[in-house]
Structure formats: structure tokens, C-alpha cells
Design a protein around this ligand. Structure first.
Ligand code: HEC
Length: 253
């Protein structure tokens, strides 16, 4: 009697499996750190701190041209006068977007390329990558910036947070990978201290990444909570449909 139900159940199971696998496959491969950012776009104080970090430490070089300042007033619940006073160094009106004044020709001369706009970086690279990227600068005198990056080897971004994190050196060891001996990353060793402890620095980076995650998709939180409601509705509906089907087929059988 229940046979006709099974394809439906299988479809639901398949859908759930896709959802689970889809989120799991976001983890990347390759060298570098692979820690989870564990940021939470529902955490308003963290997003507010992240906005401050971004304006103070990143906007010297990076724009976020799809973000308007007044969006921060609305979404992050930062009072407008605070946004104007503390975050709007590069704009006059809150309706303006987070642009910067760096000329592409200057950027080319200084870094060899224009630092990318960061509006959508969390969507293209993922929050975990950003969290690890900002924590994996290490001293490398052969680079023009004096540092290299474990997660983006040969990066032309200077370690702009060195004052906070301090400097570290990367220790590599030789290991056999697929039959050949290769240098693989072993650990970081602190060289000079920063103004923050390692835990404080991680927290600083997590807030900054949280902000980048939010600007990448400002409606993400709404979308996720709506998604849960829709799934709950579908489950309830599934039960109702099954009960109805049983009722209808009872007499036919
Ligand atoms: C002094 C200028 C400068 C500042 C300040 C700066 N960056 Fe960068 N950033 C760069 C340059 C140059 C690149 C391009 C690196 C490359 O592709 O080699 C870059 C690249 C990046 C990338 C892309 C990495 C990738 O995998 O392609 C991210 C993410 C990033 N920066 C985040 C930040 C954040 C967050 C801050 C603030 C904490 C910041 N940057 C501050 C110059 C800067």
C-alpha cells in the first residue's frame, strides 16, 4: 500500500543529501592553514567591530563599492552620526558607496596590481579562506613586501596587520608526498610580538571576516531563516499529503 510513497521519500532524502554535501564541499585543498572561521553573521557587535576594522585597516587599499554607508546604519544598527563620524573618512553623504581614491596606475606601480574590491570576496573565496589568509603572513626577505603568505603564495599584499599580530616565521619540514620529497609547512614561530595576543588577533580577524561575509550577501541571514521556515512547511505538508493519500486509497484498495 505504501509503495507509491517511496519515490517521494527518496526524493526528499536526495534533496537533504545534496544540501549536506553542498556545504561540506566548500572546504578547499592545497597548502596553508585550514582553520574554520566560525564567524556568525547574526552577531551584531561582531559585525560592528568588523566594520570599524575594515574602514581603519583595509580601506586604504580596498573598496567595497557595492556597499552604501547607510546600509550599515540599517542592517548593523550603527547610529547614523557614528557612521558619519567614525566610518565615513572617504565619503560625504551616507548614501555613497564605500569607494576609495587610489588610482589604478599608482596601485600598479606600488603593488603590481590593483587591490581587489572586497564586496564579493567572501562569496568567491569563502570566509574560512579569508580567516586563514589574514593569519598566515610570514617573514620572507625575498619578497618586496618583506612577507609572504601561506594561503596565497607570492601575494603582493603587505602584512598590514603586523602591528597587531606581530611578525612570525614559517617553519617548513621535508616530507615525502606522493613519492617525492617536498617542503611542507610545519608551524609558525613568533619573531616579534604584536599589540594583541594570538587569541585577540584571531578574534579581530574573525570580526573582519564576519563583516566581509555580511557585505558579500547582506540578505544571507534572512535567506537562511526563511529557508528553515520553508523546509519546516514542506515537512508538515509532506505529513498532511501522506495522511490524505492514505485516506483516499483506503476505499480503493
Ligand atoms: C597597503 C594596501 C593594502 C591594504 C591596507 C590591505 N590590502 Fe588586501 N590586498 C592588497 C593587494 C595589493 C592585494 C593583491 C594581492 C595579490 O593578488 O597578490 C590584496 C589582496 C587581498 C585579498 C585577496 C586575496 C586573494 O586570495 O586573492 C583579500 C581577501 C584582502 N586583500 C583582504 C584585506 C583585508 C581584510 C584588509 C584589511 C585588514 C586588507 N586586505 C588590507 C593590498 C592591501
Amino acid at each position: 500500500m505504501n509503495r507509491s510513497l517511496h519515490p517521494g521519500l527518496a526524493a526528499v532524502a536526495g534533496l537533504l543529501a545534496c544540501l549536506v554535501l553542498g556545504t561540506a564541499s566548500a572546504a578547499g585543498a592545497g597548502g596553508g592553514l585550514h582553520d574554520a572561521a566560525n564567524n556568525d553573521i547574526g552577531n551584531l557587535p561582531s559585525l560592528q567591530r568588523g566594520a570599524g576594522n575594515f574602514v581603519n585597516y583595509c580601506m586604504g587599499c580596498h573598496s567595497a563599492k557595492y556597499v552604501r554607508y547607510n546600509q550599515l546604519v540599517r542592517d548593523l544598527q550603527i547610529p547614523e552620526e557614528l557612521v558619519v563620524k567614525n566610518l565615513m573618512f572617504a565619503a560625504v553623504k551616507p548614501t555613497e558607496t564605500m569607494e576609495i581614491a587610489m588610482h589604478p596606475e599608482d596601485a600598479q606601480r606600488w603593488f603590481g596590481l590593483m587591490p581587489p574590491d572586497l564586496s564579493l570576496i567572501a562569496r568567491s573565496k569563502g570566509p574560512d579562506y579569508l580567516y586563514n589568509f589574514l593569519r598566515s603572513f610570514y617573514l620572507d626577505p625575498s619578497r618586496f613586501t618583506g612577507v609572504n603568505n601561506l594561503n596565497l603564495p607570492g601575494a603582493s599584499m603587505p602584512h598590514v596587520l603586523a602591528e597587531l599580530q606581530g611578525t612570525q616565521q614559517a617553519i617548513f619540514r621535508e616530507a615525502e608526498v606522493n613519492g617525492t620529497v617536498q617542503h611542507v609547512f610545519d608551524r609558525f614561530e613568533q619573531v616579534t610580538p604584536g599589540t594583541m595576543t594570538a587569541a585577540e588577533y584571531d578574534e579581530f580577524v574573525r570580526d573582519t571576516v564576519n563583516f566581509l561575509d555580511y557585505i558579500g550577501e547582506p540578505v544571507k541571514q534572512k535567506r537562511q531563516s526563511l529557508g528553515i521556515l520553508v523546509m519546516a512547511f514542506l515537512l508538515v505538508f509532506l505529513v498532511l499529503a501522506w495522511l490524505l493519500k492514505r485516506e483516499v486509497w483506503r476505499d480503493v484498495r
